[in-house]
Ligand binder design. Structure first.
Ligand code: HEM
Length: 459
């Protein structure tokens, strides 16, 4: 991925429409690389018609990112990628709702991830991580390479499912939902990049096949809800399912419908599915390529934790571990792009953004701006312990987004990533099998072809 960003220009360049059409194949093949190359040519704010049709303001300027996501957020809403495509396959939940409905749901979900809740999730999470790492040790015995991205996904997904549903979901149920989500996500990506093929997806039966997968996944969640209701709510489990079932509409006093609870759980599982696991996979790969950073991490974890798995109370005691994860998310942000639609006129930096403008915020590119980050392509965790930390507030670092729609699960994501990373590096020495791993930008910025690693037990 390139890191060059042209000097800021006041007026956005209008890239001719035919170039959008001509670039359609490059966009489908490698959207992140294509957008990086356009940014190098046209600067950090330009207009570009994706596929020759969807005129979009493409932004990688920190001040404009803050404008859209935070300071003037009311002038923007989520784009039709989320409201149309995601809602069609994932129902109405926090990811796809807007307005008052979203606000109400956001309060409930945010309460489910409060600091005291994270505290009480730490212990069961640590047990799950220890068991998961033991399994990993078995797969990695005799120097056998392991597909670390897949192992991390399995572990993080099981952890999220337990945080949401407690013991009310077994591993077979978790696998069924995980499989459904992966296949639905693949279908959504195809729907998004080929918007003109709507009828083909319908007539070929592809839409219906994926709706059936969704119904199967929903069925697993509905069964958990039935079991919980039969036990009487609140059960005192204190998990997200309890919170969702206990909530009452302030006006009508009615509980959430079963359908709404299922959609909310499914969307949390989707949002938490590939995100933390991808960050962990990239982090381990970067550490394997930077032995000095791995050694520093070993020293911090050994000194602070002495073999223990990190919990919510350890965050401030593990500055280097936190900085390492932040640096991996700077180089490889799972949400490499955030999209919006302007619903009213606004302006920032002398740029007018009329209602109706589609916006694509280039997270992966702003994270590598040479005027914000020293040696932007280098993996240097310690930058997050020095002056470059100010970028965390300037709009130049937004792995979790910012403003009211910032990631609602970010506290839990940190807990989970800290627990797994500290558990893993204290137990294993790690080595990458391949010298190079290229990023592949779908909905999430994944390692193309996965990441194979060898893990050896530390003395
Ligand atoms: C490292 C891991 C994660 C990253 C980098 C991440 C990133 C993000 C980003 C960038 C957004 C905002 C998107 C936008 O503004 O359009 C978001 C929203 C969201 N995330 Fe995360 N996320 C992570 C983990 C999680 C987890 C573990 C969960 C839940 C279990 C979760 C649940 C959500 C939900 C529900 C939203 C929508 C919030 C709303 O619109 O109010 N995320 N995430």
């Amino acid at each position: 991925m390139q890191s060059g960003v042209q000097a800021v220009k006041a007026e956005p360049i209008d890239v001719p429409r035919w170039r959008g059409l001509a670039g359609a194949v490059a966009m489908i093949r490698d959207p992140a690389a294509h957008l990086a190359s356009l940014t190098e040519q046209h600067g950090d704010c330009f207009r570009y018609a994706f596929g020759g049709v969807a005129a979009t303001l493409v932004i990688s300027r920190p001040s404009l990112i803050l404008h859209v996501l935070k300071t003037c957020e009311a002038a923007f809403t989520k784009s039709d990628i989320q409201t149309r495509y995601m809602q069609a396959f994932l129902g109405k939940g926090l990811l796809t709702l807007a307005g008052e409905e979203w606000r109400r749901q956001r309060r409930v979900i945010a309460a489910g991830f409060r600091a005291d809740r994270l505290e009480s999730l730490s212990e069961p999470l640590a047990r799950l991580v220890v068991a998961g790492l033991e399994e990993l040790a078995t797969s990695a015995a005799n120097d056998a390479p392991v597909a670390i991205d897949i192992d991390m996904m399995r572990l993080t997904f099981l952890a999220v499912a337990r945080a949401l549903l407690g013991a009310d979901i077994d591993e077979a149920g978790v696998s069924r939902i995980s499989e459904a989500i992966l296949r639905i996500q693949g279908h959504l990506v195809r729907r998004i990049v080929l918007p003109w093929a709507d009828s083909w997806f319908r007539l070929s039966g592809a839409d219906e096949r994926h709706q059936a997968l969704r119904r199967a996944g929903d069925g697993v969640l509905a069964a958990s809800i039935e079991r919980r209701l039969a036990a009487g709510v609140p059960t005192g489990e204190g998990d997200m399912l309890d919170a969702l079932l206990a909530v009452r509409d302030p006006e009508t006093g009615e509980p959430m419908s079963r359908e709404a609870v299922v959609a909310e759980l499914m969307q949390l599982l989707v949002a938490g599915h590939e995100t933390s696991s991808t960050v962990l996979a990239w982090t381990l790969w970067l550490l394997a390529r930077h032995p000095e950073a791995l050694m520093a991490l070993h020293e911090e974890c050994d000194a602070v934790l002495s073999g223990r798995i990190a919990g919510a109370g350890d965050v401030s005691r593990l500055p280097l571990t936190m900085a390492t994860l932040k640096e991996a998310m700077r180089l490889y942000p799972p949400f490499w792009m955030i999209d919006r639609l302007a619903v009213s006129d606004s302006s920032c930096d002398g740029i007018d953004i009329p209602a109706g403008t589609r916006i694509a915020l280039q997270v992966a590119i702003v994270h590598r701006r040479p005027d914000c980050w020293a040696e932007p392509a280098a993996f240097r965790p310690e930058r997050f312990l020095g002056p470059e930390r100010t970028n965390e507030r300037s709009g130049a670092y937004v792995p979790f987004g910012t403003g009211p729609r910032t990631c609602v699960g970010n506290g839990y994501a940190w807990l989970q990533m800290l627990a797994i990373l500290t558990g893993l590096v204290q137990r294993f020495d790690i080595a990458a099998v391949d010298d190079a791993v290229a990023p592949r930008a779908l909905l999430i910025l994944r390692p193309a072809g996965g990441i194979a690693m060898r893990l050896r037990r530390r003395a």
